[in-house]
Structure formats: C-alpha cells, structure tokens
Ligand binder design. Structure first.
Ligand code: DGY
Length: 379
C-alpha cells in the first residue's frame, strides 16, 4: 500500500483539504501525511480539518511538523526529507507519492497513473504536464541546461520536468534517498532537482507519466516571486558536479497529447512587473562582477538598466553565462545570487521577446532544441 505526502506552506486550505480527501479515497492509498511548518497560518487550519477527512474516508490522515534536517535555507526540502524519514521509520508502506498541496486540477488519476507505472516495474515515477511557453522558466534556463551540460548522454537531460514535485518512489528508492547526505542537506527549493540527481546516480529506472489537464496552481506576478527558487536550483545543480550517473538507465516517457488552448495562450508571469528588476538594486560589486561574463552580456545588462526592452541574451550567450556561473558562483555571496538572478531575468525576457511571441509550438520546439544543443556541445 502507498503513503501520499503533501508538503505544504501557506496554501489555500480549501484546495489542500480537497486534495487530501482525493488522495485518501484512492484504493491504493492507506495513509495521507501533510508536512509543513507549525508557524504557518495554514498549518492549524489543515490540522483541524484532517481528522474529519480521516473519519469520513476511514484512512488515517496526519499532519506533521517538518524537522530541521538540512543545511540550506529551511524550506520544502526539510518537509520532503521529514516525510522520507517518517516513511522508513513508521510504516511498512511499499511506495510514497508526493504532490504539491496547491494544485487545483489534482485527481485520483494522478495516483493511478503513477501506481500503474510502478506496477510495471518503475521504482521512480515522475508526473509531467503541459506548461505554458512562458512558464517553467527555471526548468528551461537553469535546471535542464545544467543537466545537459554536466551529464550529457545520460537520462538526466531527457527528464521533462526535473524540478517537478509530483513523484512516486518505491521503498528501495526512499532508502537510497534517505541515505544520501546531499539529499538530506538540501532543505531548500533545490530539493526537487537534488532528488532527480540522486535517483539518477542510484541508477533506478524512471517512468514519466503525462497528466494532460496540467498542473494549475497559484501563479506568480513578477519573477521576484521565484528568485530564491531560481538561485537554489542553480546551486543544487552546481554542487552536484562530478556526480556519476550511468548512461544505461531505463527511461520511459508517456506520449503527450495536444496541449489545450488555455495553456497555449497563457502568459505565466507579468512582463510589466518583471522589467523593473533589471534596473533596481545594483551594487558596485555586481557591476564589477559583470566583467566575468562575455562583453555582450556585460554591455546588454548595463544597457538594460536604462532601457528594459531586453532581447540580447540568446541561447548561445546564455550557455556562456552558465559556464561562468558554474565555475565562479558562490551561493553564500549575496552579490552573486542577485547578479545570477538578474541575468536569468534578462534571459527570460529576451526569450519572451524573441521566441515566445512566435506562438506555443515554435517556442516549445526552440526550448527543446536549446537543451539538445547544450547536450551535444558537452559530449
Ligand atoms: C519551473 O521553472 O519549472 C518552476 O516551477 C517555475 O515555474
């Protein structure tokens, strides 16, 4: 039987509770665990509601306060690692599923598809979704380029959504993850990336199951909302340099269906609220650090402080920026964090102005081609 875990933080309790109920009534699920920080407003509301869900469904539903397990910023990684440790200590579950608590399109099919792939022999199952062409900007410009550059020829650059948090692992994979000090240390937003890397290093076969209705959840306004996520995902990739991953891992991906009209036309972030990030908050040190990058990047970033109509940062130049950041980035240095974020913002705006405007199919093909090129160049 399976355990379902919802890591949560400041969610809409009605959405979270509906999802908890959906999981609890699934025939393969014998326990639902909700892991969050006791300081959050949502914690008390969810805690108060879950015993009623448990009573109605006959399946135990518990809340758990996330433990301080990692070495980075306390966040989602601590919640997921707390759940992995609980899984091993408390029950004889065969499998664990993770789902973000704020998904408004969650249904029992998500659980069934993952269970089916596990029944077919895949110990690690990842859900993947259609996403709008201006969504997944960390996936496309931070995580996937890094996996392509650092682990070419392996399964890692092929993973559709390497920072997705909708996952199934069998007990054997959970044990491997809980034994990996780099996973336990990754208490921040880097956890999803780190789990992908650790599963890859463990050599476990991976299935990716497709969820056509997509993952609709809270949207962000300006890209500042995901500044920490962008920087923490980059750090997780960078710190894993040198990790050995076999080129022989079995990897199965469900065929995607045609993407619906809403997703094809949705703009996932506010360009208007984002352009200001290029002019605000520069320090003299950051201006000086621009000298590490190719001159076209330095000049473009300096020009972007006055004129936010940025479109100079194409995939080749971004590849060069990425290599410099792999060599020099320091996650303990606020200037480096801020500069990396700002150059990433310029890359996102350049892509939006040059490629996303051409329409969904063209934009997604372009993004896929960039990953293939980074991988080919690294081989
Ligand atoms: C990503 O890039 O995939 C993050 O979820 C932000 O959209």
């Amino acid at each position: 039987m399976s355990l379902v875990v919802f890591p949560f933080k400041d969610e809409d309790p009605a959405v979270a509770i509906a999802n908890i109920r959906t999981a609890a009534i699934h025939p393969r699920v014998s326990f639902v665990l909700c892991v969050g920080s006791s300081g959050d407003d949502t914690f008390g509301l969810i805690e108060a509601a879950v015993s009623e869900v448990g009573r109605q469904t006959g399946v135990p539903v518990h809340t758990l306060v996330q433990m301080r397990m990692g070495l980075r910023r306390p966040g989602k990684g601590d919640a997921m690692n707390t759940a992995l440790a609980w899984f091993l200590a408390e029950g004889d579950f065969e499998r664990v599923h993770f789902y973000d608590a704020d998904i408004t399109t969650f249904s029992g099919t998500w659980i069934s598809k993952a269970e089916r792939a596990a029944d077919e022999g895949y110990p690690a199952v990842r859900h993947y979704f259609p996403r709008s062409s201006t969504d997944a900007m960390i996936t496309w410009f931070i995580t996937r380029p890094g996996l392509a550059k650092l682990w070419p020829g392996t399964v890692l650059p092929k993973i559709r959504q390497p920072l997705g948090g909708e996952l199934l692992f069998t007990r054997e994979v959970v044990q491997h993850l809980a034994d990996d000090p780099a996973v336990v240390a990754q208490s921040d937003w880097g956890i999803d990336t780190r789990l992908t890397l650790s599963v890859g290093a463990g050599g476990f076969p991976v299935a990716e199951v497709y969820i056509p209705e997509g993952k609709l959840h809270k949207l962000y306004g300006s890209l500042t909302d995901i500044e920490d996520m962008a920087v923490e995902c980059f750090s997780a990739v960078r710190e894993a340099r040198g990790l050995e991953v076999s080129a022989e891992i079995d990897h199965r991906v469900d065929d995607p269906s045609r993407v619906g009209e809403t997703m094809r036309t949705k703009v996932a972030y506010s360009v208007e609220d984002t352009v200001g990030l290029l002019s605000e908050g520069w320090t003299d040190v950051q201006v000086e650090m621009l000298g590490h990058f190719p001159s076209a990047v330095r000049d473009g970033m300096l020009a972007g402080r006055e004129d936010p109509a940025v479109d100079f940062l194409g995939h080749e130049l971004w590849g060069e920026v990425y290599d410099v950041a792999l060599a020099r980035f320091d996650s303990a240095d606020d200037d480096w964090r801020s500069l990396l974020f700002r150059v990433w913002v310029a890359r996102v705006l350049s892509y939006t102005a040059r490629e996303a405007v051409k329409g969904y199919d063209s934009a997604i093909s372009y993004l896929q081609a960039t990953i293939a090129r980074y991988e080919a160049e690294a081989q």
